[in-house]
Structure formats: C-alpha cells, structure tokens
Write a protein that binds this ligand. Structure first.
Ligand code: PLP
Length: 391
C-alpha cells in the first residue's frame, strides 16, 4: 500500500533495532539486563490508583471537555503557580495524552512549512521527527560532553536565520541528565525574547534533581512574556505514571485554544479515569516523589562513580532525570565502529541493553538508564565495561 509522504519519510529510530533484538534474546531465555528504560521503575502511589478506582466505581467513564476537566486544569495551573509563581489560570492549560502529545500539539499549532526549529543535541528523540511532521525543519545544534552538553546564547546565535521560529529547551535533559542553572536558563530566555523566538520548555523531569538543586522552570519567563514561552510537564516521570498518559501545557490563551482545537479533531479528551488519577497526584502529597528522587540520586552516584572511572571516557555528571550519557567514542574501532554497533556488541557479548547515542543525535555516546535496582545497575555496568575494554 502506498503511504503518505509524511509517513514514508519517518526514520526508524536507532533505538528500536536494539530493543527489538533485546526482546528477541530475552524470549530465547538469555539473561539480558536492560538499562534502556525511559521510565521510573516504581509503581504509581496507592492514593493515585485509588482515585482512579473510585472514578470507575462512580461511573466517571464518559467524554470530558477536550482540554481536560476543569479541576485538573486548575490543579495543573496550581502546580505551576505554587512551585514557580507562574500566575496561570485553568484557561492556560491543556491536558494531553502525555507530555508527548502536548509537544506534538505545540509544533502543529505553531509551525508552518519552512519554519526552522533549533534543537540542542543530544535531544529527546521525538523532537526532530515531530518538527518534520509539522512540515518544519529541525536545526540541530551539537553540544559537547566537555562542556556538559550545555549551550549558550552565543552557540545558538550561529544557527539563527530569519526562518527561526522556535527553540526546544529541555532541562533536566533526556538523554544527558544535565541541568541548566537558573542563570544559564535566564541568559537563553532573555536571548530568545530579544530575538522574537519562542521557547518550548520541556520540563517533564523538573522534580527529579540531585545535589540539593532546587527545581527550576521557565514559568517566571512565561509570566512576563506569555507569547514567547510554552511549558510542558507530565505526571509520568514525577509520580511513576507513564502508562496513564497525562501531560499538561502552560501557554497563552491563543495557543491554548489552538492546541485544544487540534486535540479536539484528533484524540479529544484524554482518558477520564487517568484525569482523576492525575488530579489526585497533583493535589496530593509529593512524599513518594521525594522517595523516588532520593533513590535515583543514590543510583546516580553509583552509576557515575563506575562510569567516570572508565578510561578515555568523558562522562558529564547528571544532576537530574535518570540517565548517564558517557562519550565512549575513543573506544570505537573495528569491533564496533559506532554507537549502534557497540550496543549490539553489548547485547551479544554482555547481555546488556543500552540505547545508542545515535538515537539522540550524538553517535559518540551511549545512554545508560539508572531507573533499575542498584544490583542490576552494578552488574550491568560491570558487564558493559568488560565488553567495552575487551581487546
Ligand atoms: N520529554 C522528554 C524529555 C521525555 O523524556 C519524555 C518521555 O520519555 C517526554 C517528553 C514524554 O513524556 P510522556 O511519557 O508524558 O509522553
């Protein structure tokens, strides 16, 4: 069957081949340790699941308003207000199917064919594909591991053209775990305002930060310049709710209404039951989030200690999310010439599943998720080193 061009042009993500192979090996009974997960390895807190069960029992199982039930929109605005002083109302919020649909809606609502979108690399792998699906052009700006993959306005400036419409900003970052400081963020935000470029700030890992850092956001910039900023968050990473599929955006009323109209013609409201669960999450205790965060910090310490001791590897210290993204390219050669080949070798020879850096726009690196138990983490990293340094 002949498919539409937009689908035919979708590239197969570099991570899929490795994860398909990992599943195949697992099905054959092989001992595979996976550090490829992009989600917390904890269960959704009981009070959140209880709210969902109650919703079902009470027959809250019908269509809702497209942008979400009013109390959840208010709770999401309340989160941005209480944490970051956004000064938002429910009319600035759309509840979507995960942060992913929020981001998709934003690109669809803002981009015209030919527009340019600045995407710092390494990046979350869906950004470029979604930009292309909106007919626009992703402009990738490479970061360097020696500089913690961080970019400054000077780095961004070089890639600006009259067609530049948007910058995607993600801190804490998937895949690097790197966090921009408030001052570094402010410099980029001011630069974007001066240039008339909109920032899409993907803040889905905002609660998962280490070393005593306090969560930061571009909400205060949104408050001052609502037409220049749009913020995305989700309950998936914060409350171990990835499968519930709840994301939320903070935008000015024009963009909010446009996103709601788009969503109304694609998915309509998200699952009514998941909305009640998200409401319980955002209005309840964050104690279990803090417990998860502390576990991730302990595992970050373990992973970083092991990986940073590897010779000829540059490993920025992650200060958030649950990933380490070391640059291992100095070990590439005949056995594994690139990150995909290395991840294949790790699977075949070490029984470890990692995601190749190529999937995130940096072939020098591999992504290690520490959203697993300390035991598995230690064992998998020991095996990784054995394969990497075997001569
Ligand atoms: N943004 C980043 C940086 C992510 O890592 C993810 C998920 O992995 C998302 C957005 C999407 O989150 P959700 O699962 O809520 O759609």
């Amino acid at each position: 069957m002949k498919l539409a061009d937009r689908v035919s042009q979708l590239k197969t993500p570099a991570n899929l081949a490795v994860s398909a192979k990992a599943s195949e090996l697992q099905a054959q009974g092989k001992d595979i340790l996976s550090l490829s997960l992009g989600e917390p390895d904890f269960n959704t807190p009981a009070h959140i699941s209880a709210a969902a069960k109650k919703a079902i029992d009470e027959g809250f199982t019908h269509y809702t308003a497209v942008p979400g039930i009013p109390e959840l929109r208010a709770a999401a605005a309340g989160y941005f207000n209480s944490q970051y002083g956004a000064g938002a109302g429910p009319e600035h919020i759309v509840i979507s199917n995960g942060g992913k649909q929020s981001i998709y809606n934003i690109f669809q609502a803002l981009l015209n064919p030919g527009d340019h979108v600045l995407i710092p690399a390494p990046y979350w792998l869906s950004y470029p594909a979604m930009v292309e699906l909106a007919g626009a052009k992703p402009v990738i700006i490479a970061g360097s591991p020696e500089k913690n993959f961080k970019l400054t306005p000077l780095d961004l400036e070089k890639s600006v053209t009259p067609k530049t419409r948007l910058l995607v900003f993600n801190s804490p970052s998937n895949p690097t775990g790197v966090c921009y400081s408030e001052a570094e963020q402010d410099a980029i935000a001011q630069w974007a305002v001066d240039k008339g470029i909109i920032i899409l700030s993907d803040e889905v890992y905002d609660r998962l930060v280490f070393d005593g850092l306090k969560p930061v956001s571009l909400c205060s910039w949104w408050k001052k310049h609502p037409e220049h900023f749009v913020i995305v968050n989700c309950v998936g990473k914060t409350f171990a709710m990835t499968g519930w599929r709840v994301g939320y955006s903070l935008a000015d009323k024009t963009l909010t209404n446009a996103m709601s109209s788009l969503q109304g013609q694609s998915t309509s409201n998200i699952c009514s039951i998941a909305q009640k669960a998200a409401l319980a999450a955002l209005t309840g205790s964050f104690a279990e989030t803090e417990a998860m965060r502390a576990a991730f910090e302990r595992r970050r310490n373990l992973a970083y200690e092991m990986v940073s001791a590897w010779p000829d590897v540059v490993c920025p210290k992650p200060q958030g999310a649950f990933y380490v993204f070391p640059d291992v390219h100095r070990h590439y050669g005949a056995r594994f010439p690139d990150s995909v080949a290395l991840c294949n070798a790790l699977l075949d020879e070490g029984g470890v599943a990692l995601v190749p850096g190529a999937a995130f726009g940096d072939d020098r690196c591999i992504r290690i998720s520490f959203a697993v138990s300390d035991d598995i983490l230690e064992k998998a990293l020991t095996r990784t080193a054995q394969v990497l340094f075997r001569r």
